[in-house]
Structures are given as C-alpha cells and as structure tokens.
Design a protein around this ligand. Structure first.
Ligand SMILES: [Zn+2]
Length: 166
C-alpha cells in the first residue's frame, strides 16, 4: 500500500488531475467498472441524472476509497496501471516462404512492435507490405499475436507464393 501511495504521488506530480475513479449511482467505481459494470461514461450523468463525479488522486480524502464493484483499492489500481503499461498487441499471420518467413499484419503495428521487429531480425518490405525474417527460427516479438488457426492456412501456401512473386 505504501508503495502504491508513492507511485500515485509521482503520477499526481506529473498529472495534477489524474483520476482515481468515479462516484456515480451512490457508489464508487474504478474507471474500468464504471464503463463495464455500470455502463456509464465520465462526463455524462448516471441513471438518476446526476453527473458522474471524478475522484482526483491528489484529494487525500479519497485515498482509502475502494471500488464498490470489484472491491479493489483505487490507489492500487492506479499505481498498478501506470507501473506496468500493457503493451499494445497486434495480430499477424506468419507464413514460411522457402528459407524466409513473412509476418503479415492485419493493420500497421504500433511503434513499439515495429521497433521490436527491427531488433529481432525482421525487415519491412514496402512492396509486399510484409515483414521478412531470414532466420531459421524467426523470433516473434512479444505483443505480436499469431492466431492459433495459422497451420490451417498451410495448404494455401503455394497459391500465396505465386501471387506474391508477380
Ligand atoms: Zn472496479
């Protein structure tokens, strides 16, 4: 708890209006439960027509508040959220073309993943819009999600290859 307080104090020093959670429907909500469980949004009103009130982390009187839905400490949730940001994931399909592997992303992956790709031996191919690795066992960076159904695509391999060589 003491550590969480310290992390929250650091966050408040950078962001004076950092929000711990919200008060609405006569209850306290963490940001996630406000949306998922209560179905409310900050800046709107609750079902009784009263505004959803933000609880600011700098306000000492809300230090001990706990989310009435998930029963977790708002301080600890804020501290945990900032301490270990969840890296953005990107879905890609891995295909093997001879001695090379190609990663084909559904959409442009976030910058952290592009940086990780470059540092693990992948090179961007602007013509085919895929990432290539010539390593025998290509290293797939964390955050790149390969759908489990990938093996089922193997029979299509030659067709894909022919199309890509045009
Ligand atoms: Zn909650």
């Amino acid at each position: 708890m003491a550590l969480a307080d310290e992390v929250v104090a650091q966050i408040v020093s950078r962001k004076p209006f950092a929000v711990l959670g919200y008060s609405a429907e006569d209850a306290v909500w963490c940001p996630r439960c406000l949306r998922s469980a209560a179905g409310l949004s900050p800046g709107r009103v609750d079902t009784a027509g009263r505004p959803v009130v933000p609880l600011y982390a700098r306000d000492a009187s809300v230090r001990e508040e706990v989310c009435d839905n998930c029963e977790r400490s708002l301080h600890e949730l804020l501290a945990a959220g900032r301490g270990a940001p969840t890296p953005q994931a990107a879905t890609a399909h891995l295909r093997v073309h001879g001695k090379s592997s190609a990663l084909d992303f559904d959409r442009v992956p976030p910058i952290e993943i592009r940086t990780a790709l470059k540092s693990t031996g992948w090179r961007w191919d602007p013509r085919l819009r895929v990432w290539w690795s010539c390593e025998e066992v290509p290293r797939v960076p964390a955050g790149v999600v390969l759908p489990a159904a990938a093996p089922a695509a193997t029979p299509k391999g030659p067709i894909v290859r022919r199309a890509r060589e045009q």
